[in-house]
Design a protein around this ligand. Structure first.
Ligand SMILES: [Zn+2]
Length: 387
């Protein structure tokens, strides 16, 4: 998961009494944080997708090779770091770097909050193909405390995980002097968000990561339980330290055409990569995405509650933008699955968050935005569902 929605409700594009509007090409609503719609109600993620047809991918590949040559370390066993979840996207990147480009990437994993068996299986199988991994598993008492607090306060139990995913690879890059880090795709341009500049879609900008992807500095999380030392796994190295170590973080998706489905298609037969055995994951029609964390189903449901688009719409928009699905097909799937409650891991989620089911339901409803939701006496319904 690298496109992150850790901000408050995206009201910038709203304001009409009718509530949210939807992109006319995909199904993304303008309530997605920082998304931009043009005068014809086409979102900027759709524009990014269309522009990909005009990109000279051979030139981008040459640019990639140039970076690799320029930044390859003079000594040490590793050429670069790949922040790696064991999922289809980061595994595809690592696999291509190793076997297509002859690099030796070090895989750095920030542990899921609640690792799944299938996620762990996929990690083990990928490592068998021939990789070294550093796994960062933070203090679980701290992680649980923060997950509960962020779920209650912000409707997102993974705020600190987002920070850890951003921080751990950079900490290790600085510490071991590995100057190149390959992140997957640039979320704001790929999925709709505020894009600072073209350069920013290629080279990671730390201010953007802090402000838009994490939305917060860990320093703000101190409370009666959390002390500064507890936050070490979540803090990015200082800008000065990153510069001194000459570490550059690049988005792989800038150099090579990015598509989650094609990543899955690439990796599925490279090792025993398993998908959701039930045929699809709670709240969506896909079975190959975001399978490593038992809290992800709740995380995506909270995205639906807060912003009005669920996991089906998220997945379908990506496929529409890559011409792998029509808008009509996506609408039918959204109607079928988008509001499905994430039941599969609910009991483990409740135990992790230290909540009863009624407390959890109450917390969920506290985050419903009245501009998006209406209670009809029995159920919560979108005031203005996609059409
Ligand atoms: Zn769109």
């Amino acid at each position: 998961m690298s496109e992150l929605e850790n901000t408050e409700f995206g009201t910038a594009g709203m304001g009409e009494a009718a509530g949210i509007r939807y992109c006319k090409r995909c199904l993304m609503p303008n309530s997605r944080p920082r998304i931009q719609f043009d005068e014809n109600d086409i979102c900027n993620a759709c524009h990014t997708a269309k522009r990909k047809n005009d990109i000279d991918w051979e030139a981008r590949r040459a640019e990639f090779l140039d970076y690799v040559e320029r930044y390859r370390p003079k000594s040490g066993p590793y050429d670069c770091i790949v922040p790696w979840s064991g999922g289809k996207d980061s595994s595809s990147i690592a696999h291509r770097l190793k076997f297509e480009f002859g690099l030796n990437p070090l895989l750095v994993t920030f542990s899921p909050l609640l690792p799944t068996e299938i996620g762990e299986h996929n990690c083990v199988e990928m490592l068998k193909v021939g990789f070294d991994q550093i796994l960062v598993r933070p203090n679980q008492a701290v992680s649980r405390h923060l997950a509960r607090r962020f779920f209650v306060e912000r409707g997102n139990p993974k705020v600190h995980w987002d920070a850890g995913v951003a921080a751990a690879p950079m900490q290790i890059a600085v510490k071991f002097g590995i100057p190149l880090v390959f992140y997957a795709e640039h979320g704001p341009s790929e999925y709709g968000g505020y894009v600072l500049s073209e350069e920013n879609m290629k080279v990671q900008d730390y201010t953007e990561v802090l402000e838009n992807q994490i939305g917060d500095h860990p320093q703000n999380w101190l409370d009666e339980y959390i002390q500064e030392k507890d936050l070490a796994p979540y803090v990015l190295p200082s800008f000065e330290d990153i510069q001194k170590a000459e570490v550059t973080a690049l988005y792989f998706g800038y150099f090579f055409r990015w598509s989650m489905y094609e990543n899955y298609d690439y990796i599925k037969d490279k090792f025993d990569f398993r998908t959701d055995p039930r045929g699809r994951t709670d709240g969506t029609f896909t079975n190959f995405d975001s399978l490593d964390d038992k809290i992800d189903n709740l995380y995506y449901h909270m995205q639906f509650v807060k912003f009005g688009f669920g996991r089906t719409v998220r997945d379908a928009c990506r496929m529409i933008q890559n011409d792998q699905m029509t808008r009509t097909e996506a609408l039918a799937l959204a109607e079928k699955y988008d509001d499905e409650f994430p039941q599969q891991y609910l009991s483990e989620n409740l135990e992790f968050l230290g909540m009863t089911e009624p407390e959890c339901m109450e917390t969920i409803d506290l985050h419903r935005n009245s501009e998006i939701w209406n209670f009809d006496g029995n159920h919560w319904k979108l005031r203005n569902p996609p059409k």
